[in-house]
Design a protein around this ligand. Sequence first.
Ligand code: COS
Length: 400
Amino acid sequence: MVAFDRPHGTTPPQAQWELPFFGEHHRALALGLADWAGAQQVDEADDRRACRDWVARLGTAGWLRYCVPAAHGGALDKLDSRALVILRETLAFHSPLADFAFAMQGLGSGSITLGGSEAQRAQRLRAVASGQQIAAFALSEPEAGSDVAGMRTSARRADDGSWVLEGTKTWISNGGLADFYVVFAKTTPDAGARGISAFVVPADAPGLDSSAHIDVMAPHPLATLRFTNCRVGADALIGSVDGGFKLAMQTLDIFRASVAAAALGMARRAFAEAVAHAKTRRMFGQHLGDFQLTQARLGEMGALIDAAAMLTYRAAWLRDESATQGAGTPAYTAAAAAAKLTATENAQKVIDMAVQMFGGRGVRMGEVVEHLYRDIRSLRIYEGASEVQLLILGKHALKS
Ligand code: COS
């Protein structure tokens, strides 16, 4: 599989960047990126090799610089949610794997940006921004996916100050590929969310086994990580002891709105494919697009995309604007939850409608809409399943 080519001259729309959520620098970024992304051709037959290739290209072209702050090689002073949204929407339009490669550099290093020491930032962020190091975020466990506070992986401080990790993480994106993992582990048993800490663990740390790859329905490098008497230095701790849960939530706050953007990019691509198909496919003596049934379906797809876009851009704008940091469930946490929920669910519907419009071709392996149909599914699950987003929104409503 090659990153989606553009059989119908399909280019990502640009009009949405004119909305007042965005500034001139955002529009310039979107334009430059669209040109670059449209010119890339990556062989995606092997997802791990392709992911490395994408990270290298994204690093060389400077796009990964939007994953880290300027002080450490980034493009902007601090992480800008709207830039992340533009990058993910555009990359996902062209290749969901390119989007994945980009997003994981941000998610995997986000906790270091937000809560790491200067030494941790200096060691990792510049290398992430250039694509020289691949990052990963290790939160989920076999028995604790949505219920983060229920994790069992533990970290205990040894007499010499180093930390010893024990346990299993699973569904880890970039597992087996990453150069380092941000790992969340229990440091105070029975303290729930208040007993979790975050650590930077190099891929070659003794006692870390990342060889158990997991195959899923769409290209996406994943693995289970096993920590057996895995020892890391005292300097591996990110932020404060037992401060890891909030750090994880704050990191997810930034990237959840960008997952919504990825879903949006995929939905826009499916919509573009459907429109092109409706204009060219003939049946019963006319074009598919001449049927009112088709027009109504395209109308519905467009409205679902627009609704998702507004929530996604609002969430990113709110986070960029908000001075509120880390206190309870601020407005942008709820806005990011609404965006992720709506954009991923709507994209699934839009892509399904596009497949239906393509008829038999829609399920043929290698068709863009068939690929998207498999790509979109996991976005309703990872970085907080739709049910978790509903929970966040419900709690927010009760607190207001
Ligand atoms: N920012 C800062 N702090 C936050 C926060 C956020 N976004 N969300 C919660 N907190 C704080 C709460 O204020 C609370 O603080 P106090 O103990 O000081 O009161 C603490 O964290 C615990 O919050 P809460 O009681 O809401 O935690 P729960 O255990 O009920 O879990 C959910 C809440 C389900 C929302 C959380 O576990 C979650 O997001 N799960 C999904 C995780 C996920 O995305 N997994 C995928 C892995 S990445 S692919």
